[in-house]
Design a protein. Structure first.
Length: 157
């Protein structure tokens, strides 16, 4: 009975430990799209997955901060550029100084967004290098064998 409990505990531990999968990066316009097992990953998903690798986790957290600041600056810049253009189209007297400030904010957001892309790419590379090292390459399969009145489990790798 002790052997049976030990075998089931070993199977459970092995299946939990070896569940890690590589994250795939696909280049898209403006950055990368990240997937795992065919499922698109958000930054929150990536944070959850990368908790086991502290360096990759820290990079994803920093990248998330970059994304937030890039979105704030880009959105504010777009609004400041769009408002005078809309005023001009509507026949009013536009404040072109606002458009200049908006353009400056948009330009300032570009390196921040680039930093986001670089950090997420580096985090995925670190995570994937950790996943593909040593222990994660072990991929066993288990079969249930029944012969007469005997019952057994076979592990193949």
């Amino acid at each position: 009975m002790k052997k049976l409990v030990f075998v089931f505990a070993a199977i459970l531990f092995t299946s939990i430990t070896l569940n890690a999968q590589k994250i795939e990066m696909n280049k898209v316009w403006g950055g990368y799209q990240f997937t795992q097992d065919g499922k698109n990953l958000s930054l929150n998903d990536m944070q959850e997955i990368m908790k086991s690798n502290q360096e990759a986790y820290d990079l994803v957290q920093s990248a998330k901060s970059n994304k937030t600041w890039g979105m704030i600056l880009g959105t504010a810049g777009g609004a400041l550029v769009g408002f005078p253009i809309g005023t001009a189209i509507g026949g009013g007297d536009p404040e072109w100084a606002l458009a200049g400030v908006g353009a400056a904010l948009i330009v300032a957001s570009i390196p921040i967004v680039k930093g986001f892309n670089n950090k997420t790419k580096k985090a995925v590379e670190l995570y994937n290098n950790d996943v593909t090292s040593g222990a994660y390459q072990f991929n066993p399969s288990f079969d249930l064998n029944i012969k007469g009145t005997s019952l057994g489990i076979t592990m193949s790798f």
